[in-house]
Write a protein that binds this ligand. Sequence first.
Ligand SMILES: Cc1cc2nc3c(=O)[nH]c(=O)nc-3n(C[C@H](O)[C@H](O)[C@H](O)COP(=O)(O)O)c2cc1C
Ligand code: SF4
Ligand code: SF4
Length: 275
Amino acid sequence: MQFKLIYISPNGTTEKTTQVLKNIIEKDGHAVEHINLGRGEYRQDFGPILETINAADIVGFGAPAYHMDMLEPMKMFLQALQSAGQTYQFRAFLYLNYGGITSGKAFSNTAQVLEALNIPVIGAMKVTAPHFHHPDPFPTKTTEALIGDFYEAIKAKDFAPIANDRQKELFAVRKKRVDLLYPLVHIIGKKRELPITIKADRCKSCGKCVKECPVGAIRLDDAVTIEGAKCIHCYHCSVACKLGAVAVPVEKLDTMIKLNKRIIGMESPLNAIYY
Ligand SMILES: Cc1cc2nc3c(=O)[nH]c(=O)nc-3n(C[C@H](O)[C@H](O)[C@H](O)COP(=O)(O)O)c2cc1C
Ligand code: SF4
Ligand code: SF4
């Protein structure tokens, strides 16, 4: 069978999840293509991906949760799938990396789009992963085991779709509080995006941040500038620049995480597979 893993991963943990999945599927004798929506030409143009997507039997959609939903480029890709007006012949699964606070509406919103496109969903997986400014080891043995279990579970079912009714039940937002807080956290989170400051005296114009920004929001002319309307505030540029020329007040992010933990609480179970 032919698999495609289409993902976005500004800070690399979803990419690592993708790599583990890819190795497992390939070991089982299948072909796997992995496509990072935040790299190279795909940042500007999903056309080439859409042209060949029907060559796959199964497509995995992978993204991190940001502000209680799938990160923007994945939402844009799902919109592009809708706008292309094609009939899709593949089956799909979803995988989500998140901080454990809440997967929010990431699954339910995505499953809704796939249902509207008549793309059968065969499974989903959520994996907790460290924040970009807390570089704990990832993936852990537990994560690798979970990803292996997920693949074995969907394979044991012969990659059969989950019935729509069961899907709704599985991907429903379980906590009433999450449902209530979603609009609030989503809007406040977006409004409280952290300032990103370029320290011109430290910048050596190497272009690394330009290359690694997942949405192509950074320009390097005489100086580095960020196009505010394009930026999705993933803060990867602050990690990419090894010279400390991109400053983000991460302590404010920690305060926000603490607050979210208090208001929303940690999700239970933290890691899970659905099939
Ligand atoms: C701005 C921002 C918003 C986030 N929002 C959430 C969230 O709503 N729920 C959650 O559990 N984790 C949240 N996270 C944590 C990320 O989902 C987590 O770090 C994920 O592993 C990042 O994936 P990546 O390494 O592939 O970019 C957020 C992180 C950032 C930087
Ligand atoms: S990565 Fe740092 S040094 Fe390189 S261009 Fe970007 S800001 Fe400048
Ligand atoms: S410019 Fe914005 S989108 Fe690009 S890496 Fe920096 S924070 Fe992320």
